[in-house]
Design a binder for this molecule. Sequence first.
Ligand code: NAD
Ligand code: UDP
Length: 311
Amino acid sequence: MRILVTGGAGFIGSHLCERLLGEGHDVICLDNLFTGSKDNIIHLMDDHRFELVRHDIVEPILLEVDRIYNLACPASPVHYQYNPVKTVKTSVMGAINMLGMAKRVKARILQASTSEVYGDPQVHPQTETYWGNVNPIGIRSCYDEGKRVAETLMMDYHRQNKVDIRIIRIFNTYGPRMAQNDGRVVSNFILQALRNEDITVYGDGSQTRSFCFVTDLVEGMCRMMECDDFIGPVNLGNPVENTILEFAEKIITITGSRSKVIFKPLPQDDPKQRRPDISLAGERLLWQPLIALEAGLAKTAEYFAAQIGKG
Ligand code: NAD
Ligand code: UDP
């Protein structure tokens, strides 16, 4: 098949492109390189089945493809809050442009939605039937509400125009090729630990997250795309939940670091708890994550250590 991956030069997108090429598909990676980079896909450039199209998804484009994975959108709070109006445009106009293309060329389209559609959840763990608790006017809203509207557009194009859609809700994902400067907990803590600097826990560290290794996520994404009788939304993530303080301690142990934990103010609207209920993915996709946190963190730390070495 000919497959379009928007945001293909980003962290998750680059792993997805690699996987799809490995399966023998032609892959077009569309990216404006805002948070992604050519370094993430440089190893794919020599493959004649791989193309990079430098394009902003906010502008229309027409490509003849069979599948569209729509991932283009900055994903870390630091990056999506840098230009919040642009973040909304990327999610909303990007979804309209990709859905318009899917309708025109009769492609199947998968939207990379997020656990952020549940906001600061009052139902725990989060199931797909929960409608969420999102602040519509806070500093995370540009991302949360943008992604919620993208889901709405997917469903409306499906109902109104019979577009063949899939929606996945991705929970915190980590692994090699995360950007060093994205301010996320995984990259911050690992880099701080490797440099023996203080580990910056925001708040008292009692908030929880559940971390999924990127190759597990990509497996779930591909299964969902090729599942013929299920459009979602479906949660994809690892249900093993950690407090952020426990997570800091785990990273100190794994890296053998001399770092100490320090506490900093909690950002506004930071969700207090997050854990996916993945029963639906288990039932419909026969999917579950396989990589244990310690093993995934060790691989990620190895990647960051090599990156620092390069710098
Ligand atoms: P990332 O920032 O590494 O990747 C996003 C990619 O989109 C980058 O390559 C960036 O340059 C590109 N992009 C951004 N705006 C664009 C635009 N206007 N036009 C074209 N390209 C644009 O982030 P990621 O972690 O790889 O996330 C990929 C997708 O998965 C995003 O849609 C994100 O919302 C979703 N997601 C990620 C996580 C996670 O934990 N990483 C969790 C939930 C959802
Ligand atoms: N966090 C932290 N220290 C950091 C970066 C993040 O304690 O240096 C916390 C953050 O406040 C949040 C959790 O770690 O509670 C996960 O943050 P991240 O930005 O990685 O993802 P998200 O909040 O989008 O789940």
